[in-house]
Design a protein around this ligand. Sequence first.
Ligand SMILES: [Mn+2]
Length: 259
Amino acid sequence: MSEIIILADLHLREDAPHITQQLLALEARLLKADALYILGDFVEVWVGDDAPIPPPIQPALDLLKRLSSAGIPLLFQHGNRDFMIGQALAKRLGFNLLPDVYVTELYGHPVALLHGDTLCTDDAPYQAMRRKLRHPFIKFVLSHLPLKTRMKLASRLRERSKQATGQKSNLIMDVNTQAVSDAMQRHGVNVLIHGHTHRPAIHQETHGLRAVLGDWEDGAVLLSIQPTGLSLERIHAERTQQLATAPWPYSEINHPAPA
Ligand SMILES: [Mn+2]
């Protein structure tokens, strides 16, 4: 079976070795995939490619290296937790860093891939903070701070985000419908794939399909892209639960009207 596998929001971290294990359990399947896309927040925190890697995370990085060595194309997008992942790690593990929005064709179908936080436009304080942190100048300055300072800063930011998140409604933290429509039109696609909200589903939107990845706290969540359509799965201890499926939507690009 031909498939491209898409993951997001593993939030790999020191105190969650089960998430690393869930990823390692997928190795045989990943080795047969036509490509692997990771749409951000692969790790819970990343302060720079020079920082020491916690032991429970290392095996996950080793797996990426094995996949790239086996010739599986690896494509990686930043999330809000791991936007400091840089070219040094990309080179070491053999993945390509993608831009924040990546428009491509999967089995001939135009899709846009993104982490998803930019779609949550109702959360104004978050968007303001994001713009600051991701500004090229600020990012440059951040990346040149001493490692210890970066680690302190990261843990302070995480604390602040936890506090803020606790006070926000579920609605504010989900994607904005208008932002979704705008993105699909702007990028000329009728399939949008993202993570970040931890609400795995395939939605029928005004302009096409929106597939949402999930977090890995309770099993691996992956989106299998196939020539016939999309399949969202949760895999828990060898058991695969199909969360949602959808055929590719009709597209003039793929089915040109007869002349
Ligand atoms: Mn995120």
